[in-house]
Every structure is written in C-alpha cells, then in structure tokens.
Design a protein around this ligand. Structure first.
Ligand code: SF4
Ligand code: SF4
Length: 74
C-alpha cells in the first residue's frame, strides 16, 4: 500500500514533501522525512509514477514498503 523512505539515505532535502498528493510525507524531529503508510496511495489516480520517487535526488531512497500489500484503487 505504500512507499517508505530509507532513513539512512534521506538527506532531509524536503523535495518530496510538497509533491505528495496525499500529504503523506512529513518531517520528523531529526530533520528527515517519513511516509505515513495509511495515507500513501502510491500516487495511483494522481500521477503515472510516484512523485516522491520522481523528485528524490537520492536513488533507492523512496521505495516500496514490503510490509504492506500493494495499493489498489477502489
Ligand atoms: S508514492 Fe505518492 S502518495 Fe505515496 S508518499 Fe510518495 S508521493 Fe505520496
Ligand atoms: S526527496 Fe529524498 S532525500 Fe529529499 S527529503 Fe525526500 S526522501 Fe529525503
């Protein structure tokens, strides 16, 4: 259902946060960013590709979270 941000890779550049159509990305107290899996819809219905992945300057930082089933539009 969701993407996640790999904490070790995130630089806190904040490029992803304003691009999320679901306001699923937020800053943590340590200046890095996290995705709320309950809000992430993998950008389905909004964009052809996940916007956090598209804008993140660090490869393999926004990735699918295998702990959740893939999102399916209703
Ligand atoms: S995949 Fe889309 S909905 Fe999910 S966190 Fe990234 S920008 Fe937001
Ligand atoms: S765009 Fe990438 S590096 Fe920048 S805050 Fe988001 S996850 Fe971190």
């Amino acid at each position: 259902m969701a993407y996640k941000i790999v904490e070790e890779n995130c630089t806190g550049c904040c490029a992803c946060e304003p691009e999320c159509p679901n306001q699923a990305i937020s800053e943590t107290s340590n200046g890095l960013f996290v995705i709320d899996p309950a809000k992430c819809t993998e950008c389905i219905g909004h964009y052809d590709e996940p916007q956090c992945v598209a804008v993140c300057p660090i490869d393999l930082t926004c990735i699918i979270d295998d702990n959740y089933p893939r999102y399916e539009a209703a």
